[in-house]
Ligand binder design. Structure first.
Ligand SMILES: Cc1cc2nc3c(=O)[nH]c(=O)nc-3n(C[C@H](O)[C@H](O)[C@H](O)COP(=O)(O)OP(=O)(O)OC[C@H]3O[C@@H](n4cnc5c(N)ncnc54)[C@H](O)[C@@H]3O)c2cc1C
Ligand SMILES: NC(=O)c1ccc[n+]([C@@H]2O[C@H](COP(=O)([O-])OP(=O)(O)OC[C@H]3O[C@@H](n4cnc5c(N)ncnc54)[C@H](O)[C@@H]3O)[C@@H](O)[C@H]2O)c1
Length: 420
């Protein structure tokens, strides 16, 4: 297939391509999977960013720290798209979907017809709803250029206020400390990552950051971002105090990018709703990655996962499903990772906030070399290995099996995980 005009609504007579909206990790992986599954027809990958698809994890880690060079963040080398006959249309937003006509409309008014449509529109950062949020020096982190803006302010002695002690907040705090900045983290909840990890393990991250000189403040209410001449100078809190800041990084969560789907009449509820084949309420439209709230057969409910592995793997299922393979079902156990200072971790499983009744540690969390397991009714819902490696497969197997385990054996490093 050629470039821009291929598969356009006007290009009648030609076989319609598979169109993917959202040219990031999920979109690029879908294009790759379609070719791997033998699809020989057209593939059009449309993205509003000007960069070819790249990965976001380095943006708060190696790329922000300056240890990962720009050319290492991309999903594929530039020539890969041509070599695989993928029509890559960058710097172009899709503004509407016409499910009946099987077309999408681009911001420049052009239309592209589709046989099947995949939405990998991802998510967008939530804005801080307080006065002063629009000032210079208030920084969010989603795109490569955001990471570059943050990197530019991480200088020795710079006062950086981070709002939100989630993944973005903590990884940015670690990078800021590595750059020699003074960091204050302001979190509404009582501990970092509380909703995901629960109190027992969240405490490990609080201790980690305090040990690295971060001023962590919990249970705070941010009421205003102060400033002079349109540039931020501090964060006003509910108790009337102000934290002085040369820059403020906001990481208070994301919202799935569902506007297109909703306007097209697709079912949307905390993401674009899909079945286990990642098919939306329209049989020719699929969704994957951060934007998809997909029925998960293992958990028997819809879940939306905001992590890298999900954006790598779901598109493979969606690709096969779009090609009519009935066994294409997404039932992988969620997985994610993080790196902060000298702590590296992986997490596999799924726990709703407060959805466990016990945490079992294998190893001492104070040493930051341990595995934590979240249990309910004696079954392992999730496990997280911290500075312990090559254990993801047996933990995933424990989660998937749903079998009851002996907590004493679980805690005993002498008992191989595979034998539980
Ligand atoms: C800084 C950062 C660090 C992260 N680190 C980790 C990590 O360490 N581990 C981990 O597991 N996960 C991490 N994540 C999460 C992970 O990057 C996301 O889960 C993943 O990027 C989701 O991929 P996606 O393709 O679904 O969506 P996105 O990456 O959000 O991409 C969606 C793309 O679609 C485009 N788009 C949206 N609407 C339209 C439209 N209408 N028309 C055209 N294009 C459109 C967007 O511009 C964007 O380029 C991190 C995220 C961030 C931001
Ligand atoms: N290692 C990783 O997996 C990784 C790394 C970076 C980003 N990400 C992804 O990027 C996305 C964004 O990350 P994030 O850290 O912004 O979201 P998050 O949901 O992980 O954390 C948001 C944090 O902000 C807090 N918060 C919310 N409103 C607040 C307010 N008004 N004042 C103070 N605190 C407030 C919440 O209590 C929570 O602790 C997520 O999808 C995340 O999974 C993942």
């Amino acid at each position: 297939m050629g470039t821009g005009t291929a598969g356009t609504a006007e290009g009648g007579g030609r076989e319609r391509p598979i169109v993917i909206v959202g040219a990031s990790l999920g979109g690029a992986k879908a294009a790759e999977a379609l070719r791997a599954a033998g699809h020989q027809g057209g593939i059009v990958l449309i993205g509003e960013e000007h960069e070819r698809p790249y990965e976001r994890p380095p943006l708060s880690k190696g790329y922000l720290l300056g240890t990962t060079p720009r050319e290492k963040i991309y999903v594929h080398p530039p020539q890969w798209y041509g070599e695989n006959d993928i029509t890559l249309r960058l710097g172009t937003s899709v503004v509407a979907i016409d499910p009946a006509g099987h077309t999408v409309t681009l911001a420049d008014d052009g239309q592209v017809a589709y046989a099947k449509l995949l939405l990998t529109t991802g998510s967008v950062p939530r804005r801080l709803p307080v006065p002063g949020e629009e000032q210079d020096g208030v920084l969010y982190l989603r795109r490569a250029e955001d990471s570059e803006r943050i990197k530019a302010v991480l200088r020795p002695g710079a006062r950086i206020a981070v709002i939100g002690a989630g993944w973005i907040g903590l990884e940015v705090a670690a990078a800021a400390r590595a750059a020699g900045a003074e960091v204050t983290v302001l979190e509404a909840a009582e501990l970092p990552l509380l909703r995901v990890l629960g109190r027992e393990v969240a405490q490990v991250f609080a201790d980690l950051h305090r040990d690295h000189g971060v001023d962590l403040r919990f249970g705070v209410q941010v009421t205003e971002l102060t400033g002079t001449g349109g540039t931020v100078s501090g964060v006003r809190l509910g108790d009337g105090t102000t934290v002085a800041a040369d820059a403020v990084v906001v990481g208070i969560g994301i919202s799935p990018a569902t506007g297109l789907a909703a306007a097209a009449g697709l079912e949307v509820d905390n993401g674009v709703k899909t079945d286990q084949h990642l098919r939306t309420s329209d049989p020719d439209v699929y969704a994957a990655g951060d934007a998809a709230n997909a029925f998960h057969p293992l958990f028997g409910k819809h879940i939306r996962v905001e992590h890298w592995a999900n954006a790598v793997n779901q598109p493979q299922t969606a690709a096969r499903a779009m090609l009519g393979q009935p066994d294409a079902v997404y039932d992988r156990v969620p997985y994610f990772f993080s790196d902060q200072y000298d702590l590296g971790m992986e997490y596999v499983g799924y726990v709703e906030p407060g959805g466990y009744d016990r945490v079992v540690f294998r190893g001492d969390p104070a040493t930051r070399e341990f595995i934590a397991f979240w249990l309910a009714d004696g079954r392992v819902l999730a496990g997280m290995n911290v500075n312990v490696w090559d254990v993801t497969d047996p933990i995933r197997e424990l989660v998937r099996s749903g079998r009851a385990v002996d907590p004493k054996a679980l805690a005993d490093p002498g008992v191989p995980l595979g034998e539980l």
